[in-house]
Design a protein around this ligand. Structure first.
Ligand code: AMP
Ligand code: MG
Length: 425
């Protein structure tokens, strides 16, 4: 297991006080490790889980050459350019039953989609193309070529080849694929356990009566949503008062149960609270936790470290900063811990409907609505107030406009990168 110091020393340009967002991501990529354990679950329960071992196809899919159409199977070599072809019907082959008769040299076989192609027949003419009279079909000239409308044995999956690779997330298509291999049980990595709590004396839990200067805890609910969508097992530990003994107890409890601990609040500078000091103590000193100032907006401060065997992600307190730092850093790190093969989240290109002010030298994420314009191209506009505490403009957004580290102002109509929430959260 690599320590924070090892990783820091191996990274070009690592400066915790002014950390580029892409360097922070690289740091985490080098630091975290996938959970080792796996389990076997019934096929339906595997949806959204990470596959723990390669799946090698035990069979050919499909198991036989078969027809892709309802029509008539025949020997394709009989087709002659510029000539119609007439054939007598020898019988009918249905899906699910092998046809046992024989088909003479100038005969064809009526065949249903999915029915096994008898040996020697290699071409299917769809029924709507032929003229039928007295158990005899006529195929018009130049209507098809030899081999048309036949599916080959093993064309989907060949016996002995990899159907799915360990580290993929199992989606609906993968479930179907596994079902086509008769795999009722699937090996998956165990679910990640993630504990989280909010810090700050001004944070109220739901149901508490409002008081001056206090705010209701929204971070635990956005985190609950984000983690649940990732398929993690969540441990909601509530709000922890700004008291060293309570914070220590919370971290101890979380570290005993969880693969990762996520906190919000208390990691920015100049605060009267104890969160940072307790994190440092629990992480076993300065080497166990790094306090970052990331060159990004929103969400500059963030703590990263290990408490016991658990990864620690100390997020800022502002509600939008929590979500953005989660999406930018914590989500990729957790996916890696879940055993997923690392992959970049794809960004789309959209034309900005507004001019945007942007300083080079930091990464900015703006809450945005992306839609298809009347010209069929993607366009994007921001959802108004971009303050890091303004959750309403996050709730109105369907994605984030991503302005990269070196990027400057954006002109109206210019193409920008967007991260869509669909498929991500
Ligand atoms: P901090 O990072 O602790 O300085 O907090 C920054 C801002 O986020 C402050 O205005 C806090 O009141 C607010 N905040 C911190 N935690 C939460 C939370 N769990 N829910 C809503 N707002 C929060
Ligand atoms: Mg605070």
């Amino acid at each position: 297991m690599r320590t924070l110091e090892d990783v820091a020393a191996s990274l070009q340009g690592y400066d915790p006080q002014a950390l580029r967002a892409d360097t922070a991501l690289e740091f985490l990529h080098s630091l975290v490790q996938p959970v080792e354990q796996s389990e076997t679950v019934p096929l339906k329960a595997a949806l959204g889980r990470v596959l723990a071992a390669d799946v090698v196809s035990p069979i050919d899919v499909p198991a036989h050459d078969n027809s892709a159409m309802d029509g008539y199977a025949f020997r394709g070599e009989l087709l002659k350019a510029g000539e119609a072809l007439s054939l007598d019907i020898a019988g009918t082959a249905f899906a699910g039953k092998a046809w046992s008769g024989s088909v003479g040299p100038t005969q064809c076989l009526k065949i249903m989609t999915g029915a096994i192609m008898p040996t020697g027949l290699d071409t299917v003419v769809p029924q709507e193309l032929v003229a039928l009279a007295d158990q005899r079909i006529t195929i018009p000239a130049d209507a098809l070529r030899q081999g048309d409308n036949r599916r080959f044995k093993g064309e989907d999956l060949r016996q002995g080849t990899a159907a799915l690779q360990a580290g993929c997330t199992l989606g609906p298509a993968a479930l179907g694929l596994l079902a086509s291999l008769n795999m009722a049980q699937v090996p998956v990595r165990r679910r990640l356990r993630v504990a989280f709590f909010s810090t700050g004396d001004e944070i109220l839990s739901l149901g508490e009566s409002a008081r001056e200067g206090a705010v209701y805890d929204s971070n635990r609910y956005t985190l609950f949503g984000l983690l649940t969508r990732l398929g993690a097992e969540v441990l909601d530990m509530g709000v922890v008062r700004d008291d060293p003994a309570l914070l220590e107890a919370a971290f101890t409890n979380a570290a005993a149960q969880a693969d990762a601990i996520i906190t919000s609040g208390g990691v920015s500078v100049g605060e009267a609270d104890h969160t940072k000091a307790v994190m440092q103590k629990m992480a076993g000193g300065a080497g166990g936790v790094a306090f970052w100032k990331i060159a990004m907006r929103p969400g500059r401060p963030m703590a990263v470290g290990r408490i016991g065997q658990s990864m620690l992600f100390g997020l800022p307190g502002n509600p939008v900063a929590v979500m953005v730092t989660f999406l930018a850093f914590v989500r990729p790190a957790l996916l890696q811990m879940m055993g997923r093969t690392p992959q970049n989240t794809p960004l789309l290109k959209a034309h900005s409907l507004e001019a945007l002010r942007k300083k080079p030298g930091r990464t900015e994420f703006q809450r945005a609505i992306v839609q298809t314009g009347s010209d069929g191209q993607l366009q994007v506009r921001t959802t108004g107030q971009q303050g890091s505490g303004v959750l309403s403009s996050m709730a109105a957004a369907n994605g984030l406009l991503v302005l990269h580290h070196t990027q400057g102002n954006v002109a109206i109509g210019e193409e920008v990168d967007v991260l869509m929430f669909d498929g991500v959260i």
